[in-house]
Design a protein around this ligand. Sequence first.
Ligand code: 6MZ
Length: 362
Amino acid sequence: MESFRSMPKVELHAHLNGSIRNSTILELARDLGQKGVIDFLDVEHVIMKNDRSLVEVFKLFDLVHVITTEHSTITRITKEVIEDFASENVVYLELRTTPKKNDSIGMSKRSYMEAVIQGLRAVASFDVHFVPQTKQVASSFNSQFMENSLNGSAKKKIYVRLLLSIDRRETTIAALETVELALEMRDVGVVGVDLSGNPTVGEWDTFVPALSFARQKGLRVTLHCGEVPNRKEIQQMLDFVPERIGHACCFCEEDWRKLKALNVPVEICLTSNVMTQSVSSIDVHHFADLYRAQHPVALCTDDTGVFSTSLSQEYSLASSTFGIDKADIFDLAYKAISQAFADHKVKDEVRKIFSSAKGQVS
Ligand code: 6MZ
């Protein structure tokens, strides 16, 4: 496990509110319990439960969202999530979150996202790179970085890019609002949009206008696709040709043929898929076939908090289940860089980090 921890990694599918530390969520819940907003004893066992069906996972998300309503909480969990990924040597993180509107506490989708950005800025123990580099920013960052290196205080570096998620419960108008916001926030690291949420809710047609608009404006699109059986929707999603898809658990032969012909990369979430029973057991996971076929795949966590996992653990699991040695696992992580939505400059920087770490992998 330690070798997977120390190796540089790329995370492309992580939901902010699914990646909260257990200790934090319990602390926040206890606090709300004391204020009489929730019944702590009622929610404690829901939070601590280990095996959850897909239905239970979405009930848990509704609860998590009650617990994480405040702007300050959004800032705190963002900071902690970045620290957790950086401390296990994730060097490029694409973090996704659903901008939320809550008039009763004066939260707009924009103020929610501003709280997320505050969280990125609040990380002190790592160098968090999230603003796309202009020449000026690059040179001031580099001189700061050099200065730190020279006086021996160089911090570990993590590149973070953001995806704004559209929840499948949302209307066409709400989805369009999220895309507008994503466009306005490109200068603080937003690179694309995601369609997620309970896969048994909502219709593909509702989201097409917003997703097409996003694409037309140059944002990258990833879709949760085939998390439950839905032939028609899987075909419609593949016809849209997203830049990546997540999960792809319930594909039939024809869907696989189409996916492979289109060469759309797949974000693989092993633990999540097995825990939610979208895949019956790890040894029959479609990762094996895609990996053997050299289809572009990226190992991801989905929700480190909800599924009690980490990216190192997902790599370790892939290695032990499918017999992939350390060097090939390193290669798998390296190949994920090309599937990232960041620009070429960032990808080249991340490749350099991998190159300098390669010597340590035998
Ligand atoms: C589909 C998921 C998901 O956006 O509030 N989400 N959507 N399938 C999954 N697999 C288990 N895991 C998480 O993070 C939590 C939200 O991400 C989506 C759901 O919409 C969930 O409410 P944010 O930060």
